[in-house]
Design a protein around this ligand. Structure first.
Ligand code: SF4
Ligand code: SF4
Length: 402
């Protein structure tokens, strides 16, 4: 582990107040989980020397609820992820962990084959029916995210944008690029409507979040180094990097620096914005395009954990309500339970569904027109738990621009 990691120094601030434990959704759902205080700061102080830590640490989903609850600023979830990486220095990864961590690699291979997306979707459907997912250690009850026939980046080349002096670089995120390109298209429409030309940097890697949570920290570091160098390049040109994926924005803005501690990572973070955070900045500057039409809809908003962790408030709700695009009510039902690839693991499926149960109940009340959430896997989990398909709030705003 690098001595530069910022998180490791925060463990000594722990007051043993147990606030993190009271707010950990996994601890509430699984009695075997010993909880964030023990696996985070307590073991962190022992410099991860115990060989037996993993059994319990394996339950942590990296939802970051503990970090938000901690009055002392202990980076509990990051301490957990650093310990998990230590564990995998001495232990082999399981096959499904490797698969879930390397979605970007898999998607690139599929995109290289003619009709690769179609064949993969058929293969995944057959695999689920025959129980192959389950045999591989994946949650057989779930559909894996289907590949879009055309990736966002391929479709982007055909989007006609008027050249503009104001430019931003879109960090697409893997899920939007490969599975939900319509979110990316909505993002481009909204940013164009606000006078920005959207650029794509093909040199970006996956942010690395799936690698971090599965203990591939060295690979995540390579992604971080590459992405940070590119973000700093854009920063020198005065062009911001903006993403509609909350887990990507959290990783680029906070987690790189917390995990690896390099000064450049902190500097790069100053040039990264979540999509609605960026729009809210435009609004504050008086540059937001207010020419939106009301959609007369009532929206239920599931706020992703990884948006809450950014401490930027609820910019999507603020924008949609301020301009009377829609009425937005927050679900206030806690974590959805899926936490990136956590709920895709066979041994974590039931836990993820138990955590999400309160949210599913809230969604099923159906006293709204649509469900919105900024996070792709939260949207998948809500769809899986309720059969109601949520959309990204940027899709709502895009509709409001004629
Ligand atoms: S990151 Fe989430 S699951 Fe892990 S210890 Fe913290 S609150 Fe619990
Ligand atoms: S909330 Fe923070 S200070 Fe309190 S026990 Fe957890 S890590 Fe320690």
């Amino acid at each position: 582990m690098s001595d530069n990691t910022k998180a490791i120094f925060t463990g000594d601030r722990c007051l043993s107040c147990t606030s993190c434990m009271a707010n950990c959704p996994v601890m509430a759902a699984v009695k075997e989980y010993r909880g964030p205080k023990l696996v985070g700061p307590a073991h962190g102080r022992m410099h991860f020397s115990q060989e037996d830590i993993e059994e319990s640490l394996n339950y942590c989903s990296n939802c970051k609820s503990c970090d938000r609850a901690c009055p002392s600023g202990v980076a509990v979830s990051t301490l957990n992820m650093l310990q998990r990486a230590e564990y995998y220095k001495k232990h082999e990864h399981l096959r499904h962990e490797d698969m879930l961590a390397h979605g970007e690699r898999m998607a690139k291979l599929i995109r290289m084959m003619p009709f690769g997306a179609t064949f993969s979707n058929i293969g995944m459907s057959i695999g689920k029916t025959l129980g192959i997912f389950s045999a591989l250690g994946l949650a057989g009850e779930r559909n894996m995210p289907a590949y879009a026939s055309t990736s966002f980046k391929d479709g982007f080349k055909r989007i006609k944008q008027a050249p503009a002096s104001k430019k931003l670089v879109m960090f697409t995120g893997c899920f939007i690029n490969d599975n939900e390109p319509q979110v990316g298209q909505a993002f481009v429409k909204v940013m164009n409507a606000n006078g920005y030309e959207v650029l794509i940097d093909e040199g970006f890697n996956c942010c690395g979040s799936p690698l971090v949570v599965t203990g591939f920290l060295d690979e995540a570091r390579q992604h971080a180094d590459n992405n940070v160098a590119r973000i700093l390049d854009w920063k020198r040109k005065g062009i911001p990097v903006v993403t509609p994926c909350t887990s990507c924005s959290l990783m680029l803005k906070e987690e790189y620096h917390e995990l690896f501690g390099e000064h450049e990572m902190h500097e790069a973070a100053q040039n990264v914005y979540d999509a609605f955070e960026f729009l809210e900045i435009l609004q504050e500057r008086g540059e937001f395009n207010e020419n939106v039409k009301p959609l007369n809809q009532k929206l239920l908003y599931h706020v992703p954990c990884h948006l809450k962790s950014q401490a930027i408030g609820l910019p999507a709700q603020n924008i949609l309500e301020e301009y009377k695009v829609a009425k937005v009510q927050t679900a206030d039902a806690g974590c959805c339970g899926i936490s990136g690839n956590y709920g895709f693991r066979k041994d974590k499926y039931e836990i993820s569904m138990k955590i999400g149960a309160k949210l599913f109940e809230r969604v099923k009340q159906q006293d709204f027109d649509k469900v919105i959430s900024d996070c792709g896997t939260c949207r998948m989990q809500i769809h899986h738990g309720t059969n109601i398909k949520p959309v990204h709030p940027i899709e709502i705003l895009a509709k409001a621009y004629a």
